[in-house]
Design a protein around this ligand. Sequence first.
Ligand SMILES: [Fe+2]
Length: 204
Amino acid sequence: MLKSVENLINQIRALCRSPLSPDERWRAAAGHVRTLLADPELSEHAKHWPISPAILGLQGKHANLLFYEDPDHGFVLNGLIKRAEARTTIHDHGRSHTIYGVVFGAETVARYAVSGQLPLVDGNEPELLARARVAATERVEVGAGHVDYIAPWEVHAEFNGADTTAALILRSQRSGTFVQNIFHPDAGTVEQYHGPRQIPYELG
Ligand SMILES: [Fe+2]
């Protein structure tokens, strides 16, 4: 494990033990991820993260490398490689909190407003939807060192340009332990899934 990543894990563990609200906790965590991204060892390491087109860097549902899962607090560290011209779906991260840090490359982050929601009849979370309309509200071009805090149910997408991008992602809980929405803007439909496939990978 890289020393700077070990430091980050200890900082997040301390935040998890603190009396902060979840929103305050994960905003503070974003500052620590920003510090980690300045470590040249991390970007050097990220150059060797696998980019098999079969599992990573596909259009839509990208798989994640799983570097670490905290045994006490459940947060995880993921890696994500997206190849040039890759596009994610328009999606949220369900009830989880996410800190998304760009290690290298450049991409556009878009955010969306949701209207006309029809909740899933059987969903036990009212934010899980059967139908909804989405409209882009913001498009921001970001590059290495950028850190984004994605609050629960916040709808967004990422679009790559000519660069391959690597991201380090801190999630409050592992994908697979919560349900998220994927929005299909043309049809107005919403699909549920359990998040990206998790591929264990050693960060060190
Ligand atoms: Fe996302």
